[in-house]
Design a protein. Sequence first.
Length: 291
Amino acid sequence: MNINHLAIFHAVAQEGGIGRGAERLHISQPAVSKQLQELERSLGTPLFDRLPRGVRLTGAGVILADYARRLFALEAEAEEALADLRGLERGTLAVGASMTIGSYLLPEVLARFHRRYPGVALSLEIANTEDIQQRLLDGALDLGLTEGFAEEADLEAAVFAQDAMVVIAPPNHPIRAEGPVLAERLCREPFVVREEGSGTRAVIARAFAERGLTIRPAMSLGNIEAIKRAVAAGVGLAVVSSLTIALELETHRVAVVPVSDFAFTRPLHLLTRRGRHQSRAAKALVAELST
């Protein structure tokens, strides 16, 4: 099998189109089409169904794409291992993070890392936990940082920090005048929550349910920024990560409601692919997370 043909196939399979694959490889679309045809001819089977918009892998294409993914992930891993011999003056580091960590915790950490190791090219991908785990398994990421973790035999997870969850309200909300309140008191107020199916919403609901309580959703929103705006506008209370509200507290757009019988934290997980060589850059970023 021609390895160059396989590299072209891998790019087109990942990008979902011949044109996008050609752009990624910086070669012409006709050249990509020709070499894909040569690969299919040499293997004696079609690898793609050509569609009006993009391409779709055939059954044989799906099988070959899995082998290609593992092969090129191993190639990247070998390059990382060799780059370690040069220390941290050069290299790459691909990090995946869930929304809260990627948007609120990592920027400062990555800035410190870049100042210390300017020769290392950093990339950050923000996605949900499931996608981060799959990208780690595919070899596309070196490290994953997520709030949640679904058990996966080929991944290792370690808790690197605890995230304190707090209740927020508008600064002038009447509940703020009551001092520390009981969790039961919170449940008399409407809440702004994440959408159905959100891991964060499920975790919060479970924490209340363990106390025999249920919160009353007044509005469901798909991201933390929208939730904070809704709270500031007086729609209801919300339970959010303390990492996400520094600016709102500083500008007095929201305030924390102290709760006397409810202290809720969730673990933040560092994910790696089991058995994968961890570069010096990856180890250095892990060390930076703990400072």
